[in-house]
Design a protein around this ligand. Structure first.
Ligand code: SAM
Length: 134
């Protein structure tokens, strides 16, 4: 992915790191906006919420937004439908977002979340600091 990104964005600063394990030391500590595309579905819901909370708390400048585009369906019922249709072709180890459950989990942890479904199987979240409790 980094090699491909380098060909498309030769002047961008690219670093490699495990975002769940910690913040890459090569990066500045805080950002006004953090954007992620098709990464969070590797993590279960609890890890997703902990990571969003940590990024907002420890690496967001005042008013920071985290924008996450990923594989996502609006409800568990919608995911069950997708699994019935595409079951065998779907990766069983990935944790696709279920928007209503994720928003509720974020709100329980003081994170404000907005969500827009952009296609039947993908959407975009915007997370902001509410009253962070984690
Ligand atoms: C489906 S690819 C998406 C790549 C790219 N963002 C895009 O939209 O084309 C998933 C990416 O998530 C990255 N990834 C998975 N777990 C990660 C982690 N713990 N920390 C950082 N990146 C991770 C993988 O290395 C891979 O590049």
């Amino acid at each position: 992915m980094l090699a491909l990104a380098r060909t498309k964005l030769p002047s961008a600063r690219l670093v490699r790191g495990d975002i769940v394990a910690g913040w890459p030391s090569e990066l500045p500590d805080r950002f006004d906006c953090i954007v992620s595309a098709y990464v969070f579905h590797h993590f279960d819901l609890s890890t997703k919420v902990d990571l969003v909370a940590r990024l907002l708390r420890d690496h967001g400048a005042s008013g920071c937004r985290i924008v996450v585009g990923d594989v996502c369906v609006p409800t568990k019922v919608a995911l069950d439908d997708v699994r019935r249709t595409w079951g065998k072709q779907m990766d069983q180890e990935e944790h696709y977002w279920i928007a209503d459950e994720a928003i509720a989990a974020c709100e329980r942890n003081g994170i404000q979340a907005r969500y827009e479904q952009t296609s039947p199987f993908a959407g975009v979240f915007v997370f902001e600091t509410g009253r962070l409790t984690v």
